[in-house]
Write a protein that binds this ligand. Structure first.
Ligand code: SAH
Ligand code: SF4
Ligand code: F3S
Length: 465
């Protein structure tokens, strides 16, 4: 558990935001809290006794809607209890389920006050006011994404040592299985000047590691301060100049948009961390084609080779879908083979989940659940072994660790390696925000144990305490 936020004073209203899904939802949840702060709302850690609850939802795989309705059922009781006591609770559903199934939410959960899609968060204060007057739910699921970024305040509250910054939103790729182009809309890149200004502010407030976010982050093509178009590489060079920003990451990338300039940025910029999340989805060309990914397995392997030539210590992470419609046993084996050839340091793998309205959902040859389950298990066992081997390979090495917060045990801090591995180290809490060399003692399947190379008496004292 992290430290819990203290309860706000009585003149403040309590806001509870829960996020599911991708990191962009986490970033958006922060912006919603920022936009509500001037109205007197302060974030709390639990929905009990909250004046407002926002559920920021994800629609990427099925069951999301059912999970949402069971959560709403629980909140309905809390809302009724508060109302019986003369108080109220504004209940809002945001995110991709709100975008895709707004009408169903209004019909099935009439006690919900606000339904808002990802492009409408800047309208929250006005919607809260309208909800106070309206009888039914106030609904906003329009798509003008530029407006959202023009009107949202920049990150207000300090974001922490590691922080997310959304630079791009939406997707035009239309992979056959995916709902994102429908819930997040067309690809849009924020102007570079806005991104740089927000990054400068975050650095001044203590952020040391910045992760740039976008559903298709390496398709970034924002307007540069000089009016020309900037790609992601150009933006990374500019961000690396900001004092205080020591580490840069970006996610999620599409293999098709990894251009030469971006690969060169991995070679030239020490701030760009040697870790890249590059979803491949499948190792079979037939399936990749059915998925409309626009690349082959060989394209992916070649890309990995070029990346590793530019940055030899680069570690890769990926996403795999097991059991896409039409996937044969041979296709599945091709995926296993690609995983073996690349050797991933980390990965996310999913059982194919049909999403209404997507081309794959209507395609023939859906797998039975047992086959999908078995293939997923095989994929996961292999990926787990690779991750454990990668972590174990760091034992005995000295690596740069950015300390991010309290560790598992007293006297310990937790931090991150350049390869995004969590590390636990005995160290004084004054080191939070600092990068220091750490000798890795042991690599566990999900984390590392290390010791400071230059521990001071203060670091040891903390450990003894
Ligand atoms: N924009 C990112 C990821 C979006 S969703 C990208 O292009 O990689 C995150 C991951 O969820 C995807 O990479 C994919 O592996 C998985 N996913 C998306 N739709 C899915 C579906 N219908 N069933 C199973 N997994 C899915
Ligand atoms: Fe979805 Fe494909 Fe776009 Fe990623 S690139 S968000 S998987 S459609
Ligand atoms: Fe989920 Fe929407 Fe993100 S569907 S993964 S919250 S873009």
């Amino acid at each position: 558990m992290t430290n819990s936020t203290p309860l706000p004073p009585r003149d403040k209203k309590r806001l509870y935001v829960r996020s599911w899904g991708c990191q962009m939802n986490v970033y958006d949840s922060g912006r919603m809290a920022d936009v509500l702060a001037p109205l007197g709302y302060q974030p709390v850690d639990a929905p009990e006794d909250a004046d407002m609850v926002i559920l920021n939802t994800c629609h990427i795989r099925e069951k999301a809607t059912e999970k949402l309705f069971s959560e709403l059922g629980r909140l309905r009781l809390m809302k009724q209890e508060r109302e019986a006591g003369g108080a109220g609770m504004v209940l809002a559903v945001a995110g991709c389920v709100a975008q895709a199934e707004g009408a169903e939410i209004v019909a099935r959960a009439p006690y919900v006050d606000i339904v808002l899609g990802p492009q409408s968060y800047h309208k929250l204060p006005e919607m809260v006011a309208r909800a106070g007057r309206a009888a039914g739910a106030v609904v906003e699921t329009e798509f003008p994404v530029e407006e959202k970024f023009d009107h949202l305040p920049d990150a207000a509250a300090p974001q922490g040592v590691t922080a997310f910054l959304t630079i791009q939103e939406g997707c035009d790729k239309f992979c056959a299985f995916c709902v994102v182009p429908y819930t997040r809309g067309a690809e849009y890149s924020r102007p570079a000047a806005a991104v740089l200004a927000e990054a400068r502010r975050m650095a001044a407030q203590g952020t040391r590691e910045l992760t740039l976010l976008g559903q298709n982050v390496n398709a970034y093509h924002g307007e540069g301060p000089d009016g020309s178009e900037w790609g992601l590489a150009r933006l990374l060079y500019a961000l690396a100049e900001i004092p205080g920003i020591e580490r840069l990451r970006y996610t999620t990338s599409h293999p098709r948009d990894m251009d030469d300039a971006l690969i060169a940025a991995h070679r030239d910029l020490p701030a760009v961390m040697p870790f890249l999340h590059l979803p491949v989805q499948s190792g079979s060309d037939r399936v990749l084609q059915a998925m409309n990914r626009g690349h082959t397995a060989a394209d992916y392997l070649k890309l990995v080779q070029r990346l590793r030539a530019a940055r030899p210590d680069l570690a890769l992470s990926t996403d795999i879908i097991a059991g896409h419609p039409g996937e044969t046993e041979a296709d599945h084996q091709a995926t296993m083979e690609l995983i073996r050839q690349v050797g991933f340091a980390q990965a996310f793998s999913f059982k194919y989940s049909p999403r209404p309205g997507t081309p794959a959902a209507g395609a023939p040859f859906h797998m039975d659940e047992a086959t999908k389950d078995r293939r997923l298990q095989e994929v996961q066992a292999l990926l787990r072994d690779q991750q454990a081997a990668f972590n174990a390979s760091k034992a005995g090495e000295t690596v740069e660790v950015l300390f991010t917060g309290a560790g598992r045990h007293p006297g310990q801090l937790s931090g991150r390696t350049p390869w995004l591995q969590p590390v636990h180290v005995a160290a004084n809490s004054s080191r939070i925000g600092e990068v220091a060399p750490v000798r890795i003692l042991k690599g566990h399947p999900n984390s590392l144990l290390g010791e400071l190379l230059h521990a001071t008496p203060l670091d040891r004292e903390m450990n003894a305490a």
